[in-house]
Design a protein around this ligand. Structure first.
Ligand SMILES: C[S@@+](CC[C@H](N)C(=O)[O-])C[C@H]1O[C@@H](n2cnc3c(N)ncnc32)[C@H](O)[C@@H]1O
Length: 195
């Protein structure tokens, strides 16, 4: 799928990704290890990142609180975004996509429930946007996904010092296991391989 075709499908879905970031997610999900049927996202909101990855044909596992809270950006309410699971599901339905599973709970709670971990070839971390939040997500998910080839993808890496710090701390102890890196706008992706 070209980026223009991708944009034609996703342009009416609200979310936090710029078009190139969404297309990168689509591409990474498409080329995740063929042994892996699924991709996982922490922080789904209305489904833009999930739909981007679902267009690859992989099964998307989306984890979010979906607590109907208002969405803030730079201290302001973003009026067109609502953290509501029905909006997520409707967006998938409008695109005729059924290849997804939702976990309406915290990232930590989901990590205790999701069992097909060796089928996950990509994790997109876009949930709690603080140093502690990113570190917690890495600490939760890395031990569960480190035994097979897996993309670790982080949103807001380039525009948040705190997120970059948490990711770089993880990276510094696993540099020898990183076999590919991709990035666009604020998103960065590392392909981790066990050695
Ligand atoms: C920036 S939004 C995600 C944007 C989405 N990926 C997109 O493409 O538009 C962050 C989301 O993370 C969710 N979230 C925050 N903390 C979380 C946690 N501890 N566990 C699960 N989801 C969380 C919020 O409810 C919110 O919907």
């Amino acid at each position: 799928m070209t980026i223009d075709e991708y944009l034609g499908i996703t342009k009416d879905v609200a979310g936090y990704l710029c078009p190139e970031e969404g297309y990168l997610l689509y591409q990474l999900a498409s080329k995740a290890s063929s042994n892996c049927k699924c991709v996982l996202e922490i922080g789904a909101l209305e489904g833009l990142s999930g739909i981007s990855m679902a267009l690859s044909g992989r099964h998307v596992i989306s984890v979010d609180l979906w607590d109907n809270t208002e969405v803030f950006s730079k201290g302001q309410i973003v009026p067109h975004l609502i953290c509501d699971i029905e909006r997520y599901k409707n967006n998938f339905k409008n695109k005729l996509l059924t290849n997804y599973t939702t976990y309406k709970m915290t990232s930590e709670e989901a990590s205790l429930k999701i069992k097909n971990l060796n089928e996950i070839g990509l994790i997109f971390i876009d949930g709690e946007h603080s140093y502690e939040g990113i570190k917690k997500d890495i600490d939760i998910w890395f031990p569960l996904l480190k035994d097979h080839l897996c993309w670790f993808v982080f949103h807001d890496y380039a525009n948040s010092d705190k997120i970059r710090q948490a990711v770089n701390e993880w990276l510094s102890t696993h540099l020898n296991n990183i076999v590919d890196i991709k990035g666009i706008d604020s998103t960065v992706a590392f392909l981790f391989t066990p050695q």
